[in-house]
Write a protein that binds this ligand. Structure first.
Ligand code: SF4
Length: 334
């Protein structure tokens, strides 16, 4: 029997990259022990990409194929699309009525993100973007999730969610929602090719579903120790992107590589070749699986349609409790 309920999601941005892999491998493990909801967060995508809505359908398909390639199993998990469960919107409205504006305004990422987008020439100071943590809270609690996989940086959002839950349960004197707890699962972080955070917007990513040639090309572009000019110069693996990848994808060879680099006994070309091979060995079984999945053109839509139904069932049940707690159920309405 699965004890806990977990909700997690990703924005549909198309092909995922290696920075997502560790998260997905955790999701795959969770589904063996927990009741998991994995959500295509397409409304979340629109909080910043509101001017590009058409992209999300094809991006949804690509992303769900990537999820399944890593082993998400629709028999074990509910895989669904946020916008197909309209109850999220209703609960968002109702909770917005009881949530002080200051709780949203103090979310630490709000001002940072507004500033980042402003530097790219885009104004995202919309009502919807300010309410983004509320939408996240709704996604979690409408399925009565009691565990949420988060990184340290997302803890303030989860705390916001817990505050909203406490306020709702207190105001209406009903324990409709559990207070979700953080699930600080270990996530292996890999940098982008240039050493910054891996992100499509920086153009420094390695796609998860790739080819050996693409991997080879990307690894060749990786930034290494800038002070290492000649092959026999002692290197500093701690400042080298390649070395960060070894730690995740070639743990066995890492100590020897690290020592060889520091002593100037291994050149960057050979070091990169070792990484390319390790990455291809690691990813090839996933690629093969994805090629198999792609043969069935309707597969993703069938899985999502089924998942949407299952998600709706739970969301509707929760909303009946919410309406009853708030006291505006109309007798006889269905
Ligand atoms: S030998 Fe490897 S770890 Fe050292 S600087 Fe070159 S690529 Fe980086």
């Amino acid at each position: 029997m699965k004890m806990d309920t977990i909700l997690s999601g990703m924005r549909p941005t198309g092909r995922l990259h290696l920075g997502h892999l560790s998260v997905l491998e955790n999701w795959r493990r969770f589904q063996e022990r927990h009741n998991c909801y994995y959500m295509v967060a397409n409304w979340h995508a629109l909080t910043t990409a509101f001017d590009d809505p058409g992209l999300t359908v094809e991006a949804t398909k690509e992303m769900v194929l990537d999820w399944m390639m890593v082993g998400l199993d629709p028999e074990q998990s509910t895989i669904f699309v946020q916008s197909e469960v309209k109850e999220h919107a209703e609960l968002h409205l109702l909770l917005s009525l009881i949530t002080p504006l200051s709780w949203l305004e103090r979310c630490p990422t709000y001002k940072d993100q507004v500033q980042q987008f402003r530097e790219q020439g885009k104004d995202i100071t919309t009502y919807g973007f300010l309410g983004y943590p509320m939408l996240m809270a709704v996604d979690i609690i409408i399925y009565k999730s009691n565990l949420v996989p988060v990184g340290e940086d997302q803890l303030p959002h989860l705390e916001f969610c817990r505050e909203v839950v406490r306020r709702f349960n207190h105001l209406y004197d009903k324990q409709v929602f559990p207070e979700p707890q953080p699930y600080l699962a270990e996530v292996a972080v890999v940098p982008g090719l240039d050493g910054r955070k891996m992100s499509k917007s920086y153009g420094n990513e390695i796609p998860l579903f790739s080819t050996p040639e693409e991997i080879d090309n990307k690894v060749r572009r990786m930034v290494t120790d800038p002070d290492r000019i000649h092959k026999h110069d002692p290197g500093h693996p701690d400042v080298c992107t390649v070395s960060q990848f070894y730690k995740v994808f070639n743990k066995v060879a890492f100590p020897e590589m690290e020592e060889g680099c520091k002593k100037g006994e291994i050149g960057c070309v050979a070091c990169k070749k070792g990484l390319t091979k390790a990455l291809i060995d690691y990813l090839a079984p996933y690629w093969e699986r994805r090629r198999g999945l792609e043969k069935n053109a309707d597969l993703v839509w069938d899985i999502l349609n089924d998942g949407n139904k299952r998600a709706r069932r739970q969301a509707r049940q929760t909303m009946e409790e919410v309406r009853a707690a708030m006291g505006f159920e109309i007798p006889g309405s269905s």
